[in-house]
Structure formats: structure tokens, C-alpha cells
Design a binder for this molecule. Structure first.
Ligand SMILES: Cc1cc2nc3c(=O)[nH]c(=O)nc-3n(C[C@H](O)[C@H](O)[C@H](O)COP(=O)(O)O)c2cc1C
Ligand code: SF4
Length: 433
């Protein structure tokens, strides 16, 4: 049976996040001592590159490569940003780390700063995460008192300071360039890329942006070595992944396992099976912009490459749905999210999400037509091809998936004016007859 392997959440629940001494007793700041005790910045980046670590913010970009880009870009000042915005529905993996082990983030940012040549960092925390913010602020204060932060860290020539910045509840501010705009005090709208933050980031300076979970791997990799890390997980995706599981399962929560777990294993082992009387219909994996996974993909190992088989790992959120789920309603809920969270900067996303939502609403009310499906497909394509950022580019995924995997059910809402799932529960619509 598959069991947990904890790297990212190793100290969560073991140390007191408000007492730095308990963290130091459990390897806290050992990796920083090792790095400042004799490793050159390029050697640090080399270890991260060889470890195979890929960004856990969703896209899986190789972390060592990104660090290298920032390191080699000249700049009077450089910045390290930890992206703790975590607004993806159903995703709370970063909160677990922020609340349970804030020092692992501080240590990683220090190491990253040393490696890329930055002396200032920001942690951008989701506005609703009040406890995370309080613990980070306290941890920063304690790290300063111990000489891990500030000037001449551990009596070296390395200086580094960290600021905590709160978001204000916008999903789009998790996108790295919108996040940077937000720190600069502007409206949280994504920039056009390129240029990328690695060359033109915060205040137009070279900036490293990494997700909380990505950061939480850094100290362990430097303590244990690149080979140790590379040996965990799958060929394309080294290490572990923190998943969150919820919906029609007996046990909801988070777990950390080597990359490559299947949905069936996740449901049976960590979800403790489907609720009594429930039958698996689909899972929504990877958050709102992820994939809707039908039963025939239950045994696909999940990693950064499994999207090619139709299973997006993304943020690691696993929403398990049973036979009472109406796919039209599910898509409607998701498009409602996207139309609300679209920043409105570009037309395909601002208008496309509204239009797609309105069509789904029509279909769920039993007044849709088969032509509406063609329009939905066209809007989905336009969103993907013409939107400025990842929000719009992936907003069409639920449309693509319901039409590819569950088309007869969608068509039944149109031709028979009936919901095969029995009820359009999420919209509060009565059963269509
Ligand atoms: C709409 C949108 C929302 C995002 N939200 C987050 C988020 O909450 N946290 C995060 O780390 N990355 C988020 N990202 C990805 C970031 O833009 C960026 O790729 C990531 O922080 C890079 O870190 P990584 O290389 O460690 O994955 C989001 C991207 C998009 C398009
Ligand atoms: S795709 Fe959507 S969220 Fe992204 S910039 Fe355009 S309008 Fe804003």
C-alpha cells in the first residue's frame, strides 16, 4: 500500500511554528549554514538543477533553470518572491506549510537570495490567510534575533531582509506578474510576457518567483543532496507532491507522497474510499483550470507530464465527484469563478467567460440548442489561443472536458430537457423534465 513520504511537510505538526528553537532542533537553518559555510552561489544552483525540482505553483518549470536565469541577469538590485497567494479553489497545501513550518520558507528564501544575488525578499500571502501571515511575521522576527536574517548573516558578507505583503482576495494576483504589480501598489493585472520576471520583475529588476511548496523543498535538497531527491518520484517529476482531497470521499485533507500516485490510490488510501452508496463519476484534478477526469483514467500516475493523458496535476487539488454530479452545473460553477476572477484586461477572457457562463446557464435551464455547443467550443478555443495570461488560457478546460468526456449528458439537457444525473444540484435548479 502506498504510504506518505514527507519532505515539504516534514516538520508540520512536529515543531512549534511560533518557536524557532524547536525548528532548529529539527534541522532548521542547517542547509543555510552549509551554503554560507563554503558553497559558491553557482554550486547551490547546480544542486537544485541536478535535483530535478520543478515549480509547484502549477506549471512545473524547472527551478534550477529559473534560478540560473536570475543569477546571470545583471541588476543593481534583485528580488526573491515567495508566491503564497494560494487562491486556487480546493487547494490548501501552501497554508499547511505557512502555518505549520514558516521557517522552512524563510530558510529557502535566504538560500535562493544567496544563489541568485538578491538581498531582499517578499512573501505575498493570500489576504484570507491571517494565521499564516501572523506566523510568518513572528518567524521573521525570531530569525532576525538569531542572526539568520539581516546584515552579515551567520557572520558572513551576505545580507537579506524579508517583507510580508498581504493580497486582497483576487485570484489573479497569484499569477506572478499580477502579483508583482500588486506589490508595486498597482492594480493586480498580469503584464504581457516576455519579458519575464527573471529579467524584468519587481521594480523592473531581475526577480525570482517561486511557490511555497517549491521553496519548502530547498533546504531538504541541500541537506540531503541532489541524487537523494532525484531518486524520489517519477522520471519527469522528481520528489514528492502535496495533494488535497475533498468531495465525496470519507476522509478529506492533505497528504504528501512521491510523484506518480494514481487517483484510485489517492481515493482508496487517503480519501478512505468513496462515501457509502456513492459511485465514482469524475474527479476534478489540479484546481479550477485543471482537468475533469473520467473513470477510465483512474489508474493514470499523476505527475507534471500526466496532462498529456488527460490528468492535470496542477496544484494537487483532487475534487472527487459521484454519480449525483451534473457536469453542466459543474462547468457552470467553474465558469462563474473565471468570469468573476477575470481581471478584465483582455477581451477574449473578459467577454468569453461571461458568454460561456450564459450559454451553460441556458443549457441547464433546458432552453439550450445544439448550436450553443458549437459556440461553447469556439469560445473555449478563443480563450485558449487569444487570452493574455494563464487564467483565460485555461478557463476553457471545463468546457473542453465536458464536451469530450460527457457529451451525451450535456446533449440530454438540450434534446430531452433532462438532467441524467437526476438533479442540477449546484445551480439550485429543479430536476429538468
Ligand atoms: C491565474 C493564475 C493564478 C496563479 N496562482 C498561483 C498561486 O496562487 N500560487 C503560485 O505559486 N502560483 C500561482 N500561479 C503561477 C505563477 O504565475 C508562477 O508560475 C509560480 O508562482 C512560479 O513558481 P514555481 O516556479 O515555484 O511554480 C498562478 C498562475 C495563474 C495564471
Ligand atoms: S486572460 Fe483574463 S485574467 Fe488574464 S489578463 Fe486577460 S482578462 Fe486578465
Amino acid at each position: 500500500m502506498i504510504t506518505e513520504q514527507r519532505i515539504v511537510t516534514e516538520r508540520v505538526g512536529i515543531v512549534d511554528p511560533e518557536k524557532i528553537e524547536t525548528c532548529i532542533d529539527h534541522h532548521g537553518y542547517e542547509a543555510l549554514r552549509k551554503v554560507l559555510g563554503g558553497m559558491a552561489p553557482a554550486d547551490v544552483i547546480d544542486v537544485i538543477e541536478k535535483s530535478g525540482l520543478r515549480g509547484r505553483g502549477g506549471a512545473g518549470f524547472p527551478t534550477g533553470t529559473k534560478w540560473k536565469f536570475v543569477a546571470k541577469t545583471p541588476g543593481d538590485r534583485k528580488y526573491v518572491i515567495c508566491n503564497a497567494d494560494e487562491s486556487e479553489p480546493g487547494t490548501f497545501k501552501d497554508r499547511i506549510v505557512l502555518e505549520g513550518d514558516p521557517h522552512t520558507i524563510i530558510e529557502a528564501m535566504l538560500i535562493a537570495g544567496y544563489a541568485v544575488g538578491a538581498s531582499e525578499g517578499y512573501i505575498y500571502v493570500r489576504g484570507e490567510y491571517a494565521l499564516s501571515k501572523a506566523r510568518l511575521v513572528k518567524a521573521i522576527q525570531q530569525a532576525e534575533e538569531k542572526g539568520f536574517l539581516g546584515k552579515h548573516i551567520l557572520k558572513s558578507d551576505f545580507n537579506f531582509e524579508i517583507h510580508v505583503h498581504s493580497g486582497a482576495g483576487a485570484y489573479i494576483c497569484g499569477e506572478e506578474t499580477a502579483l508583482i504589480e500588486s506589490i508595486e501598489g498597482k492594480r493586480g493585472e498580469p503584464r504581457t510576457r516576455p519579458p519575464y520576471p527573471t529579467t524584468n520583475g519587481l521594480w523592473n529588476m531581475p526577480t525570482l518567483v517561486n511557490n511555497v511548496e517549491t521553496m519548502a523543498n530547498i533546504a531538504a535538497i541541500l541537506r540531503n543532496g541532489a541524487e537523494w531527491y532525484r531518486a524520489i518520484g517519477t522520471a519527469s517529476s522528481a520528489g514528492t507532491k502535496v495533494f488535497t482531497i475533498f468531495g465525496q470521499v470519507n476522509s478529506r485533507g492533505f497528504f504528501e507522497v512521491p510523484m506518480g500516485i494514481t487517483l484510485r490510490e489517492a481515493i482508496d488510501t487517503f480519501g478512505k474510499g468513496l462515501k457509502l452508496g456513492s459511485t465514482f463519476k469524475l474527479a476534478q484534478t489540479g484546481g479550477s483550470s485543471g482537468s475533469l477526469v473520467p473513470p477510465n483514467l483512474l489508474d493514470t500516475p499523476m505527475d507534471f507530464d500526466s496532462f498529456k493523458s488527460g490528468v492535470v496535476m496542477g496544484s494537487g487539488a483532487l475534487l472527487i465527484c459521484d454519480e449525483n454530479t451534473c457536469v453542466v452545473d459543474l462547468a457552470k460553477v467553474l465558469l462563474n469563478f473565471f468570469r468573476t476572477e477575470s481581471c478584465g484586461k483582455c477581451n477574449p477572457c473578459r467577454i468569453g467567460n461571461q458568454r460561456a457562463y450564459a450559454i451553460l446557464e441556458k443549457i441547464s435551464q433546458g432552453i439550450g440548442s445544439l448550436n450553443d455547443l458549437k459556440d461553447l467550443e469556439m469560445i473555449g478555443r478563443n480563450l485558449y489561443e487569444m487570452s493574455n495570461c494563464g487564467l483565460g488560457q485555461t478557463a476553457g478546460s471545463p468546457i473542453r472536458d465536458i464536451l469530450a468526456q460527457f457529451r451525451p449528458e450535456v446533449e440530454a439537457h438540450i434534446s430531452s430537457k433532462a438532467c441524467p444525473a437526476g438533479i442540477c444540484a449546484m445551480s439550485g435548479q429543479p430536476v429538468l423534465v
